[in-house]
Design a binder for this molecule. Structure first.
Ligand code: GLA
Ligand code: ZN
Length: 686
């Protein structure tokens, strides 16, 4: 099975970048040169007009589209497509000057000055009216333009506004959520704590550093409201586009695991997911470890629409200008990190930015075209190589993967964990923990979906929910059914603690997960950074762990009810108490990992489970450290991406199986070499 391309007009991999011709209107020769260079770099798409409102509407109601007509015509004449942006990410100054309500108010209730970008209220009726109008004008004007491929809505939606309009909207949202019943809200937020009972809706205020920060139910509902309001703003933006250009897909660029918006709430309203990816390569840990963490995020983006290919909307062709150290990508890394996205389901490689501007804070941010202005640069060559490579991947457009393993990474759960005080203020590390459970699969070339707790679990063999602190209604029941039907479920310490309102479960932790895990947790011990305990595997247990493993940072002190003990703590007053258990439940099993572990444990533990459950690997071979194999398939052909994130060469043994190396066109089998930061794309007919 294949998904249709992002736009059937152009059924190929897309390659291009953010293009700001509005900064170069006074330099027409540069704009002509751009087209020549775009073709030379094998680029076929440009994201245009992201911050161009100013250039489109220099005075209220006075529009000038001619420059954009000219750019789009030129692109079309040269077979380059446009992902046309709506410009709400940055407003013209006149707009904020005339209508101050469009400016954002910070949590401390101070209104921002005009300027910057991403500095607008999501509620302001005036801002909504103005964005809707400019979007409608763009859609009317370009609806039949041959260059128009997709809509890029705004830019990196983020942030929150605490203005009076937003406060009102928040109260209205709460009234609806709690059925107009203030008692219900008071109970859900546990407002008797510190005597915070609301007696009138008007008393409710968004969290503020100089007001309330400790009512966790309020904090959670505020975060939910921010997502809701951003989504409402987005819906208002896309309404005219959907009406005038119903066949043009819309996307908005996400930011990976950005904590401020629950992307799962937004995904259903977006035609194709896109995201901006800026890893800090060549830093103080191995690139392959970072690559595994980035893979995790790519997999979120693919999972957000059930496996549908996504877009790598932004990445840098060289370095950024905002990371603490903006190191250049080492030779090979640009192609590798670009194909990395394709390997996980992206159908595009796009950059910020096409050309470096002359001024402003992003003038030193990496770009395809540097200030020197010509093509004779290392970066330009790297980009061209990506373009040429993507041209060989037509067959992969629209393909996907159906993993047998899923990891739950849930935004609301993260909000609640981050808000919790205790058992450790630092190193609660929800995201890092999920990523460390992901790594053993990456090392073995096993595809993984990264889902939230509301997703359908039924198609997986193995479901992993690290630190499932919050358990929303119905989730435990669905996990029970999953296990009863034969699934294997893994959860850890600090799970089953609070409900959807951040209220602790009564009757013992892990709350609604007690039945399926067959344990109860009495206390949790937080260790200082240098403390270490160990766990000792049980002799003759059903799990053949043969080593002792470290237990660090968090040790859950549990009792088994129906579960069996697989390992016990070695020392301290809880020596001998269970540290790892398994509960047989229906046809499946639920494991409880009570301690925070290091990678050695997870690697061994999942090695055993992968074997026991016969989890399919992309390639039936043992991969050297630093190399992953990721899979995409159309149901008839398998495309295997072998990616070497190690700086040194690595050998992969394909054994007797013969593959087609798509890039070289050669047939390969047995031992093949991957140079440092090298890759291969192999095709196998099923
Ligand atoms: C973000 C923005 C871009 C640009 C890049 C720089 O992703 O969307 O406009 O600022 O960062 O890395
Ligand atoms: Zn506001």
């Amino acid at each position: 099975m294949k998904y249709p391309p992002i736009n059937c007009k152009y059924p190929h991999m897309l390659h291009g970048g953010d293009y700001n011709p509005d900064q170069w209107i006074k330099n027409p020769e540069i704009l002509d040169e751009d087209i020549r260079l775009m073709k030379l770099a094998h680029c076929n798409v440009m994201s245009v007009g992201i911050f161009a409102w100013d250039a489109l509407e220099p005075e209220e109601g006075k529009f000038q589209f001619e420059w954009l007509d000219n750019i789009l015509d030129k692109l079309a004449d040269n077979n380059i497509y446009a992902i046309l942006a709506t410009p709400s990410g940055a407003r013209p100054l006149w707009l904020a000057q005339k209508y101050p309500e469009v400016l954002r108010v910070r949590a401390n209730r101070v209104r921002n000055l005009p300027g910057e970008r991403h500095n607008h209220c999501f509620t302001s009726p005036i801002y909504r009216e103005k964005t809707r109008l400019i979007n409608k004008m763009l859609a009317d004007r370009y609806k039949d333009h041959p260059a128009l491929l997709a809509w890029h809505i705004s830019n990196e939606y983020s942030g929150e506004c605490h203005c009076p309009l937003c406060q009102d909207a928040f109260r209205t949202w709460l009234k609806q959520k709690y059925g107009n019943d203030l008692d219900k809200l008071n109970y859900a937020w546990w407002t008797a704590f510190w005597g915070h009972t609301y007696t009138d809706w008007s008393q409710i205020q968004s969290p503020a550093p100089n007001g309330d920060t400790k009512i966790h139910g309020l904090n959670l509902d505020w975060m939910r409201f921010v997502t809701h309001q951003t989504l409402e703003f987005y819906k208002n933006e896309i309404a005219p586009l959907k009406e005038i250009t119903p066949n043009i897909p819309v996307t908005t660029n996400f930011m990976g695991t950005f904590e401020g918006l629950n992307y799962w709430e937004m995904a259903p309203y977006i035609d194709v997911i896109s995201w901006d990816n800026y890893p800090q390569w060549h830093g103080n840990r191995p690139d392959w470890e970072l690559a595994s963490d980035v893979s995790f995020v790519h997999d979120i983006n693919r999972s957000l629409k059930g496996g549908k290919p996504f877009m790598l909307m932004e990445s840098t062709p060289s370095m950024t200008n905002w990371q603490p150290v903006s190191k250049l990508k080492r030779p090979g890394m640009h192609l590798l990190s670009s194909i990395h996205a394709i390997a996980h389901g992206s159908d595009t490689v796009q950059y910020f930015q096409w050309r470096k501007g002359r001024g402003g804070s992003e003038k030193f941010h990496g770009a395809v075209v540097d200030h020197c202005g010509h093509e004779n640069t290392r970066v330009f060559n790297d980009v061209t190589e990506v373009g040429k490579t993507l041209e060989k991947l037509d067959d992969i457009v629209g393909t996907t993967v159906k993993p047998e393993v899923a990891i739950i990474y849930d935004w609301e759960n993260r909000w609640a964990i981050d808000d919790a005080l205790g058992p450790r203020r630092e190193k609660k590390d929800y995201l890092l923990t999920c990523q460390s459970h992901y790594r053993p699969f990456w090392n073995r070339g096993i595809s993984v979906d990264v889902i939230d707790m509301d997703a359908d679990f039924s198609n997986y063999k193995l479901l992993i929910a690290p630190m499932l602190y919050m358990v929303r209604p119905g989730v435990a029941e669905r996990i029970e059914k999953f296990v009863k039907d034969g699934g294997t479920f893994i959860t850890t310490y600090w799970s089953g603690i609070v409900d959807e309102n951040d209220l602790c479960f009564l009757g013992g932790f892990p709350g609604p997960l007690k039945k399926v895990t067959g344990i109860w947790s009495e206390e949790i011990d937080a260790l200082y950074d240098d403390d270490v305990n160990f766990i000792v595997p049980e002799k003759n247990s059903t799990l053949e762990l043969n080593d002792e493993y470290e237990a660090k940072e968090l040790c859950d002190l549990i009792h088994t009810e129906t579960a069996h003990v697989l390992a016990r703590y070695k020392s301290d007053f809880y020596a001998g108490r269970p540290a790892l258990t398994v509960n047989e439940y229906g046809k499946g099993k639920a494991y409880y990992i009570a301690f925070r572990n290091n990678n050695d444990f997870l690697d061994d533990f999942y090695e055993i489970l992968v074997d026991k459950l016969s989890i399919k690997k992309s390639l039936d071979t043992k991969l050297p450290l630093g190399v992953t194999a990721q899979l995409r398939t159309d149901g008839e052909n398998k495309f295997i991406f072998l990616l070497n994130f190690a700086p040194q060469k690595n050998i992969v043994d394909l054994k007797q199986v013969e593959f087609l190396d798509i890039l070289s066109g050669e047939k390969v089998s047995r031992k093949i070499e991957l140079p440092g930061y090298g890759l291969r794309i192999l095709k196998k007919v099923l």
